[in-house]
Each structure stands twice: as C-alpha cells, then as structure tokens.
Write a protein that binds this ligand. Sequence first.
Ligand SMILES: [Zn+2]
Length: 220
Amino acid sequence: MSENRHTHSHSHGLVDRSIVRSHAGLRAVAISLAILAITAAAQVGIFLVSSSVALLADLIHNSGDALTAIPVGIAFFLRSFRAEKLAGLAVVLAIFVSACVALYETIMRFIHPQQLTHLWILAAAGAIGFIGNELAARVRLRAGKRLQSPALVADGNHARVDSYVSLGVVAAAIGVGLGVPIADPLIGLAITLVILKVTWDSWRLVATTEPGEAAEVRES
Ligand SMILES: [Zn+2]
C-alpha cells in the first residue's frame, strides 16, 4: 500500500532503513493476522457444529486480540517510534486483561465446576487454537526481534499466551475424559500463573527498550 506514497530514493540513509523496517513490520502484522483469521474461521466452523459456549468465548477473545495488532500496524505504517512505544503499552495492557479474565474464570471453576461436554470437539478446537496462535507468535517474535520492536515482541508474547490457553483446553478435555474433572480448574490456575509471568516480562521489555534503538547501533 505504502509504496505509492513515496517515490523510492536511492540514498542509503536513515529514511531508507526506516521504510524497510516499516514494510517488514507491516508484513509481520498482516501475516500473523491472516493466520489468526484462518484459525478463527476454523473455530467458527466447529462452533456452528457444536454450539459450545466455551468456544464462543475463545472466539470473542481472539477477535478482540486483532484489535491490539492494529495500533502496532499503524505505528509501523507511520514509522513512528513514539506510536510504537504506545502500541507496545496497549499490547501489555491486553495481556494483563487476559490474565485477569483467566484468573476470574479459574476461580469460578473452582467454585462452580463446569460440566465439560463435547470433549472431542473441545479438544479439536483447542488444538486448532494452539497451532494458529503458536504460528502467529513465531511470526511476530521473529520479526519483532529482527526489527528491535518491543511492541511486536509483546504482541508475539500475547499470541503465545493464547496458544497456552488453547493447549490448556486440550489438556482439560483429556483430563475430564479420563475422569479427573479437577484437572480443568488446576490447568486454568497454572495457565493464569504463566500469563501473569508473561505480562510482567512484556511490561519490563516495553518499558525499558526503545523501539529500533539497537538496530540503529548494529547497522551503522
Ligand atoms: Zn489474547
């Protein structure tokens, strides 16, 4: 899209590098969003067959996650480190909200154990969610590290957190299937602790690292 906005200059200065970085960042955001869209579409298919409420909640969550990719994408599009810094903070906030939701759900499951049904369907949806989020996480983490973008790395961490949540759904379905219903809230608790750790790590990263600063040093 942005190719049309500026004629290509042949100076090899700061502007060129920032355009390359902007394109690579936008590409990572677009690819990971496409992967997550395919994942969500597959889960919609399973939801239509099973009408599982748990799956619907996961779908809503994943759609909301797309919103955190938008400020990251805009920051790359504007080539603004300041916007990128703010986008990173928004991503960390989203991970923290995920942690709070997971904690709330886990507490509710200890108090009112949920009756898990459609175990195979649940496990299949969880497996799809795990694969999709893990792939999106890898795209974002790889590009985020290469482009020295704390916001993109944090967004990758978020996708990885969601892949753990999906894996937890698979494990809970197996646990309940084996006649160990306590596995469901226990797995939820373990995942909540992991999300809290990821929230903290992502906050530290975004708060202490300036976007692109290391890349400038390395390339000069
Ligand atoms: Zn999420």
